[in-house]
Structures are given as C-alpha cells and as structure tokens.
Design a protein around this ligand. Sequence first.
Ligand SMILES: [Zn+2]
Ligand SMILES: [Zn+2]
Length: 380
Amino acid sequence: MEAGRKLCFDVGDWQTFSAAERGARRVEKRSRPAEILGFELADEIADSDLHGFLDRRELAAHDGRLKLLFLLWCQSFGHAARILLHPVVVTLACEPLRPIALATIPAHTRAMLIDHHCHLNFPQFAEDMAGVVGRAHAAGVGLMVTISTRIRQLDELIAIADVHETVFCSVGTHPHNADSELEIPTTEIVRLARSHPKIVAIGEAGLDYFYKKSSPEGQAEGFRRHIQAARETGLPLEIHTREADDDTRRILEEETAKGAFPAVLHCFTGGAALAQTAVDLGLYVSFTGVVTFKKSEELRRIATEVVPLDRILVETDAPYLAPEPYRGKTNEPAYVAYTAAALAAARGITREDFAAATTTNFFRLFTKVPQSAAAKTEKA
Ligand SMILES: [Zn+2]
Ligand SMILES: [Zn+2]
C-alpha cells in the first residue's frame, strides 16, 4: 500500500498522483459526501496508462461514519490481465479525511474459472467478440461454452467456436422455442452433437412457465428429447427451469428411472427441494449473477447448504443477469468472477478453492472438452 499510487476521484474524472504527492492534495468538498474520497492502490497496480472508474455501490451512514461506498475497477491496456484482476484495496476517505472502509474486487486466482453457459451469438457481442473473449481470459476465465437456443442457428455458434480456441458450444432448443423445433427428432440432435468436436453439451432445454413462450406440452416433449440425447451421447444437458420446480422434478425423476444422464440445472433460481432432487439424482447445479443480488439470501443458502462443493458450477448466462456491481448492464463471461467470489464468500472458502472446485466439476461433467484447450490465465 505504501508504495502505491494515489488516485483521486473527482466527480466523474480522475487523475493519478505518485505516493510522494499523497496528502498534498485534498479533495475538494462537494455537496454530496460520496464525492469526497481518495483511495490507494496496491503497488502492482501502479502503472502508467491506468484507466479506471469507480462504480458507486452504496452510501450509508454507519456508526456516524460512511460505510462502504464504491468498488473500484481498474484496467490498464497492455497489462489487462494483471491489472484487471489484482485485488484492489480501496481506502475510502471522507471529511474529515480518514479511512472508513475497505473494499476489494474479485481477485485473480491461480485456479481457472469457466463460464459454462453464455450466449455469445447474441447481438450484444457482435461488435466486440475478441474483446469479450480477451477480457474473459484476463479475468481468469479459461473456457466458455456458448449455449444454443435454436438448433436452426447452430451454425452461428460453430462459427464462433471455430474462431476462438477457448469457446465451445452446445446444440439444443430453448424451452421458449420448443414448439417451433418439435419436428427436429432426437436422432437429429444426437447426430449434430457428434458432428463437430467443439459441440460439447446438449441444450439448453427444459421448462419455462414464467414466460410460457411455448406450450407446456411442447416444452416437456422437447425437454425429454434433449434428455435422451444427453443419455445417448454422454454430453451434459444444460437444463433451463423457471417457475416450474414441480414438473421439472417429476420429469427428472421419471427420466432418471429410465437411465442416467449427465446434466446441470443452469441459472438455478428454484427452491431447495428442486436443488435437493438434482443433487440426489447425481446432477449439477449452477448459479449466475443472481446470487450476488442483495435479496438472494435463500439462493445463497441453497448454494451453500444444499448443493455440495463437488456439484456446484458458476456461469454468466451472458448477456443477461450481470452480477453486482454490474446488475442491469450487459453481462459477459469475465463477470463470472463476481459470482464465484460471492459464492466463495457465502461458503466461507477462498476464491482459489472455489474456482478450483468448480473447474474440477466442469471437466468431470463436460467430458468432451480437452483440458489443454483452456487459456493460460495464471498470473505471470
Ligand atoms: Zn436458460
Ligand atoms: Zn441461457
């Protein structure tokens, strides 16, 4: 800290100052106390070319002091991997100038993270695919699986996976589109799944009673076909289930009785009973940025108490469901680090251990993905 540079943030603009200059400059008092602050960076962060911004999170009086206000996100072009990921210790100060709180952004860990569920073919990413993949690597995300929502658009996914070594894909029909792809038989899903080395999963398929964009019958039929495809190919099924806990449990139990199949309940937002059923049936349960939301206490409890460490996965479901502190913005695979950090904290283990566990789980489930494909994301 002592060798660090001081950054002073001044209402939407910032400048860097050397340690020697620290204290020479007081931040001018502004009308809102949140605008009065300074912070220091660990020395590894100090670098010319720093670009950063403060993301305002919370401002609350606490014992007469100001509580945690901001998270800091730093980026240095040219050293993105190191700068972006280093734990940044932020010392917030207010009037009178004194440290009042510490905050960190998710630290880079030597253990790799994997985003097993994102949608890189969606238009949000069309202009900046290389940037998205590069930022994921920089954040320690070594592999991504871009998930199919329409079998008829499989070519889009293969095109992305062909270009980016660390991107794999799935084949399947999202429950929203189930009715419109019911003429595609299971044999065709199986054939496609085996047609390309980068197709490593089935789905996403399942039940969505929240939007009900397809009929419940069509969704159930599609769900069972995808289960059969997973059973035949040994590729994991990415299960989408929303507001459909009871029917999902029933179908999973009926289908498992016919023969086991590998699967993960992706973007889990259901109840404890569904999570318990999945665990009992040998399936995996995966969490998105939703677990970072303040009100998701029950979900964090499920992720901590119901799902064992050897069955848990993390994902983004990007471009949707960005974790805090990006809630409401476009999500991207790099941000899976925030979800992992929140779950590690909830479980009381290190990010390193949590990342290692989820990555081990990924390779146990996604058997077609060669471990050698992962980006080298370790710190230099
Ligand atoms: Zn989904
Ligand atoms: Zn999805």
